[in-house]
Design a binder for this molecule. Structure first.
Ligand SMILES: Nc1ncnc2c1ncn2[C@@H]1O[C@H](COP(=O)(O)OP(=O)(O)O)[C@@H](O)[C@H]1O
Ligand SMILES: [Mg+2]
Length: 366
C-alpha cells in the first residue's frame, strides 16, 4: 500500500501542509531541525496514535494551538481509504478517528495504514537492555492483534498490584487471599501473552534470518528466552510451567516484594554462531541486525494485513555503508513505499526516487 496524500494542520512546526506522494522512495532532504522527522512522526501517529518520540499529544500540537489534525489518503491496488484524525486538548484530550468519513477505533488504524518506523536510536534494541526488545515485540504484536494489547496491559497491571500485595503479605495475612487471586490472573494473562509471543517467533525467526542474509550476507538467529523456563506456544503447557516456576520463587518473591518471573522479565536473544550481537557484534553488524528486525516486522505485517506496510526511515542511511544502503533502497523495487529523511543526497538514487526539500516549515518537491 502507499500513502498518496498527507495533510497536516497545526502538527508540530506545520500550521498547514499538504503533500502528494508517489510510490517508490520519497526523500525528505533538509538541514537539521527543519521538520523532516515531524513528517514521519505524523505518518506513524496516523498508524498507531502514538509517537516514536513524544510522550504526550500536547507535544505534537503546534506551539500555542489547542489541537491538531492529520489526514491521509491510502491506496492499495484499486482500493482507496481516507484517514482523518482530529485531536483536541482542551478542556481534556479528545481524539476523533474517521476512516472513509466514518467513526473508527484505534485498532482499525494499523489495519488500514500499517507502517514500520526506523531511526538511529533503534540501535539500542540490539545494544541496550531487554526492555527495549520486549517493547519491540509488544508494539508489533499489539498492532497486529488488539486482544494481545489488552492482555498485555492487564498483565502489567496485575504485576503492579501483585508486587504491592507481595510487599504487604508477610505482615498482614488478609493479603494472602488477594495474592492468590492475583496469581491466577497473572498466570492467565501472562500465559496468553507468552503463547502469542512464541507464535510470532515461529515465522519471525525465519524473516530475520532471511533479512539479515539479504543485508549483510551473514548469519543471525533470533529466539525467545523465557524467565519461566523452556516453553513452546501451547497455552496449557505454558500455564503449567508458569505455575511451577512461581512455586519455586515463592519465598524469594515475598522476600523481595516483587514478581521475579513472567513475560515482563523475558528477552529476545539475537545471536550469531552462539555469540550474542549485543556483546560481540561490531557496530556495523548491530546496525544490520536492527535493519533485519525492522524488515522482519514489515514481513510480519504483510502476512497479517495482506498488504506491504509503508517504511518510514528516519535519518538511517548515512550510517550504513554503500552496499547496505543500496540494499535498503532496493526494497522499493519489491513494492514497498519508502519515506526517507536525510541531510545529504544519498549516492545511489535509483528510478522511482522523489525528492522534497524541507525548509522553513515548508516542504517543496525538487
Ligand atoms: N510542537 C511544536 N510546535 C512547533 N514547532 C515544533 C514543535 N515541536 C518541534 N518543533 C520544531 O520542529 C523542529 C524539529 O523538527 P524535526 O522534524 O525533529 O527536525 P529534523 O528536520 O531535524 O528531523 C524544530 O525546529 C522544533 O523547534
Ligand atoms: Mg530528524
Amino acid at each position: 500500500m502507499i500513502i498518496s496524500l498527507l495533510l497536516l494542520q497545526n502538527f508540530r512546526n506545520y500550521p498547514y501542509l499538504q503533500l502528494e506522494l508517489k510510490p517508490g522512495v520519497s526523500l525528505f532532504l533538509g538541514k537539521n531541525a527543519q521538520g523532516k522527522t515531524n513528517l514521519l512522526e505524523a505518518c506513524y501517529y496516523m498508524s498507531t496514535l502514538t509517537s516514536p518520540r513524544a510522550e504526550k499529544e500536547s507535544d505534537l500540537a503546534l506551539w500555542g494551538a489547542s489541537g491538531f489534525s492529520l489526514q491521509g489518503r491510502l491506496e492499495d491496488g484499486s482500493s482507496t481509504t481516507t484517514i482523518r484524525i482530529d485531536v483536541s486538548m482542551t478542556p481534556s484530550l479528545r481524539r476523533r478517528i474517521l476512516l472513509n468519513d466514518r467513526p473508527a477505533k484505534r485498532q482499525d488504524l494499523s489495519l488500514s495504514f500499517p507502517c514500520v518506523y526506523f531511526c538511529p536510536d533503534d540501535l539500542y534494541m540490539v545494544k541496550g537492555s531487554s526492555a527495549l526488545r520486549r517493547r519491540f515485540m509488544d508494539s508489533l504484536l499489539s498492532r497486529e492483534d488488539p486482544v494481545y494489547a489488552k492482555d498485555l496491559s492487564w498483565y502489567h497491571d496485575t504485576v503492579t498490584r501483585r508486587n504491592m500485595a507481595l510487599k504487604k503479605a508477610p505482615g498482614d495475612s488478609s493479603w494472602e487471599k488477594t495474592l492468590e487471586t492475583l496469581e491466577d490472573l497473572l498466570v492467565d494473562t501472562g500465559s496468553r501473552v507468552l503463547s502469542k509471543r512464541l507464535r510470532l517467533l515461529r515465522s519471525f525467526t525465519e524473516y530475520v534470518k532471511e533479512a539479515y542474509e539479504f543485508i549483510s550476507g551473514g548469519e543471525c538467529h533470533v529466539s525467545y528466552n523465557s524467565s519461566i523456563g523452556p516453553i513452546d506456544e501451547d497455552l496449557a503447557g505454558i500455564r503449567e510451567t508458569f505455575k511451577k516456576t512461581l512455586e519455586k520463587y515463592r519465598t524469594e518473591e515475598r522476600l523481595r516484594g516483587m514478581t521475579l518471573v513472567g513475560p515482563h522479565r523475558d528477552d529476545l536473544a539475537i545471536v550469531f554462531r552462539d555469540k550474542t550481537f549485543r556483546y560481540f557484534g561490531s557496530q556495523g553488524q548491530q546496525r544490520s541486525v536492527v535493519l533485519a528486525l525492522k524488515m522482519a516486522e514489515a514481513r510480519s505485517f504483510e502476512e497479517v494485513f495482506h498488504t506491504k506496510p509503508v517504511l518510514l526511515l528516519d535519518d538511517v542511511l548515512s550510517e550504513l555503508d554503500d552496499d547496505k544502503r543500496s540494499r535498503v533502497l532496493s526494497l522499493c523495487s519489491f513494492g514497498y513505499q519508502i519515506l526517507l529523511t536525510a541531510t545529504d543526497f544519498p549516492k545511489d538514487r535509483g528510478p522511482g526516487f522523489h525528492t522534497f526539500i524541507v525548509k522553513d516549515n515548508n516542504v517543496t518537491p525538487l
